[in-house]
Design a protein around this ligand. Sequence first.
Ligand SMILES: NC(=O)c1ccc[n+]([C@@H]2O[C@H](COP(=O)([O-])OP(=O)(O)OC[C@H]3O[C@@H](n4cnc5c(N)ncnc54)[C@H](O)[C@@H]3O)[C@@H](O)[C@H]2O)c1
Length: 317
Amino acid sequence: MKLLVTGGAGFIGSNFILHMLEKYGGLRIICLDKLTYAADVSYLKKVWEKENFRFVKGDICDREAVYSLFAEEMPDAVVNFAAESHVDRSIGSPEIFLQTNVTGTSVLMDACLKYGTGRFHQISTDEVYGDLPADRPDLLFTEESPLRPSSPYSSSKAAADMLALAYFRTYGLPVTITRCSNNYGPFQHTEKLIPMVVSKCLSGEKIPVYGRGENVRDWIHVSDHCTAIEAVLSEGRTGQVYNVGGGCEMRNIDLVKMICSLTGRDESLIEFVPDRKGHDLRYGIDYSRLEKETGWHPRTDFAEGLKKTVEYYEKIL
Ligand SMILES: NC(=O)c1ccc[n+]([C@@H]2O[C@H](COP(=O)([O-])OP(=O)(O)OC[C@H]3O[C@@H](n4cnc5c(N)ncnc54)[C@H](O)[C@@H]3O)[C@@H](O)[C@H]2O)c1
């Protein structure tokens, strides 16, 4: 089995590669990554020298390079993590988000069609659904919820999802999609909430929190996201979308306070800053389809996972 993993030098992709190569001895993984500011090849150092791993620096939008890699490697499946992933950056400069997240996805799917790849798996996000009211905990996003993305980032991800489903229907490309909630764990860029807060706590700088910190996110440990993707690759139905969540909704302010306590810092470091434009209020995700069809379930206890994650960033920052 040969897997092409795009964006594998970023946060989730690198965790996925390490997980899969540790678990499956007979698997070969080719990682294609442009190495943007968000990437770090050191995340992959455990597998770098392995015979069944190959790293290729390249852009998923570069059709010629992508086709020649497919011709050479003939992957059995593609898992597409490659993306511009930071909402704030998308508000400042949307164009690169459209290019990588939409055009890049279509180039990969064209390559899958041309070279007869058996599966294209798109890594998507719960942000494609927009947001939910904070005072209705009974409401959750299901796979049938309408797509109502709020930011250029989530719009580009929604566009890619639509395109993937269109390639399934129009060309019969065997596509699956997972829409996951907020990931935490090792190897995340310090621009994202948890590593950012740990880094501010360590340096004793003010911790910026949007609005009053009342926005609610569902948190999942990255290792649970990786096993969800693994489950969909082996048991998922093509043409289907699968929600992935951690069953752990939390207000940003409560999360920031937990990190202050874990790092021994005073909550007086917290500084409320003007809210993000179009800031989604709450994400809540119903992942029962994935549980029913594959038996997958998130395993990591949040308090335990967060403690280990904070310890990891304390060590490396
Ligand atoms: N982080 C989360 O909480 C989360 C939640 C749900 C879904 N997702 C999705 O998961 C995927 C991975 O997210 P992440 O947090 O690991 O992102 P990340 O920003 O850490 O990593 C993205 C990787 O993609 C690479 N990349 C960017 N543009 C590329 C291009 N044109 N060609 C090839 N490689 C390119 C980068 O170099 C980087 O290694 C994204 O598609 C994101 O939308 C993330």
